[in-house]
Design a binder for this molecule. Sequence first.
Ligand code: SAM
Length: 482
Amino acid sequence: MANYDPKSLKAEEFIHDGEIRDTIAYAMAHKDDKELIDRLIEKARPVKTEDGWNCAGLSHREAAVLLACDDPETVERIKSLAEEIKLRFYGNRIVMFAPLYLSNYCVNGCVYCPYHLKNKHIARKKLTQEEIRAEVIALQDMGHKRLAIEAGEDPKNNPIEYILESIRTIYSINHKNGAIRRVNVNIAATTVENYRKLKEAGIGTYILFQETYHKESYLKLHPTGPKHDYDYHTEAMDRAMEGGIDDVGLGVLFGLENYMYEFVGLMMHAEHLEAVHGVGPHTISVPRLKRADDIDPDEFDNSFPDDMFEKLIACIRIAVPYTGMIISTRESQEVRGRALRLGISQISGASRTSVGGYTEEERPHDSEQFDVSDQRTLDEVVRWLMEMGHIPSFCTACYREGRTGDRFMSLCKTGQIVNCCHPNALMTLSEYLEDYASPETKEIGYKMVEKEYERITNEKVKAIARQNIEDIKASNRRDFRF
Ligand code: SAM
């Protein structure tokens, strides 16, 4: 029997089934222990230090106790602590991105995914470089600056060379004032050598969802294909980091297995990355299983209601305060609106989850990966965010300025976000308002920019940001950043 060891590089030792089960039992036994819960809430609260604010976070055991709590008053306290942490470290900015599906050819047998090999009625498509160009222009014309590229796993149709060539194509396109400045990559687990190539191609975050941490279920849910190998999949982030990628994005496909099990696995994975590489995950995504061609989510019996989903997001926010959190258009406007307050820092907007979807007039359904719940345009999402007091940010400065891995974390910890991320958000929002927004959004946006200057504490930075925004309005000069 394997022992639990967060520092081990073996999947069964850092995601340890026995430790997960013990943690769940401990959480259930202590969920009404008011004294312990008070202590955990105090421990996780932001504290002022000499050079900024600090947040201790929680261990997987401690965080599991909060997730197990069902007393309504305690749940409210958990949610308001999550809001406090979110505002303290991420402010009111929300980073915008869009997925770009390159190919849905796939050799795996994932039973929840419409791209699975046996699905004969989904239209299989792989974009040519010319088609990628057209998709990227359509995305730039909406105002997007940051993409997450997605592809099925298929060594013949989607080899690493195809992914690398596609990344080069995406970065090379400048349509009008448009530019994709950060390409995040969500492709199947691969080798250290391939991760090194992705790093050299200038990717932002490497994202890979674990789907489920529960090994037995994982093997059943991925019955065939290379993804069947649980250990190879679970150890992928270590290979990515070995290949030089500092920013990795974790995630679970919630609904496949018991959410408590997944939550503890996710927290243990984050602790493992911190223990081995000295830096935790850059982001955590919280996708929930959705209806899709050939897929009926009701056939999986681990779905859970929205209020539980909100508590889960709040507990992730409290446990790993410096990790960004992503929510996609799998969720409705209502759910996204509530989740934003509880800790989400990045959202997608106007997504098309079909290969080639952005160049189609109507939303195509024949090659979609999942049904999109939030179908609004980017302009509508941007306006909605501002009406709720969030600043939509198109910033991509950090990794372009070399602030990846622990360097980004230290920016976060020293509270310099107000003099760096905040002005960057205002400048990139102004680019959006000038180049792509509807008149109504533009009006609301510039009122927000005017008000938000006041949060910048460094007077010199404030003056430079003001000057840059005047330049954005008066000329085609773009891409200012701190
Ligand atoms: N093929 C790559 C892999 O195997 O990791 C990644 C790309 S896949 C296009 C992106 C993610 O979509 C998967 O990791 C999975 O979590 C999610 N997904 C698959 N089917 C889904 C469904 N029916 N509803 C919601 N999300 C789904």
